[in-house]
Design a protein around this ligand. Structure first.
Ligand code: ZN
Length: 127
């Protein structure tokens, strides 16, 4: 395996461990905040919303990392899932959990859903 890829994967595994610890803290925090509510204390809704949105962000990141690690397990790390081309090494450097190349990522973000479907259908016909 490419050295650089091995490094990215090690980084992802480290980040995953870190995220799990952090999420554990956040869940605890959320529970504590809910308990305050139950006891009739001042409901700190703003705090709780913030904890919930933090949890969402971290869980999303964890999903992306898991996704990239799964690709790595299949020997597909660093390959764009949409077009099958290698992902730019600089992009992987900045975002080791990336599973799409920049072009495809932009395409997916900008395109309305129905256009994506049309394109997928056309690609299926071509290939
Ligand atoms: Zn691509």
């Amino acid at each position: 395996m490419d050295n650089r890829i091995a490094m990215h994967i090690a980084r992802l595994q480290k980040e995953k461990a870190h995220l799990l610890v952090e999420l554990g803290h956040l869940y605890q925090q959320l529970n504590a905040e809910i308990e305050v509510d139950v006891e009739g204390g001042d409901p700190e809704l703003v705090d709780r919303d913030m904890t919930v949105s933090l949890i969402r962000v971290q869980e999303h990141k964890l999903n992306e990392i898991d996704h990239a690690l799964e690709d790595a397990r299949l020997g597909l790390y660093g390959i764009c899932e949409r077009c099958g081309h290698p992902i730019n090494p600089e992009r992987l450097e900045a975002l080791p959990e990336a599973t799409l190349c920049v072009e495809c990522k932009l395409l997916m973000e900008k395109m309305p859903f129905h256009v994506k479907n049309l394109l997928n259908a056309r690609e299926a016909r071509v290939s």
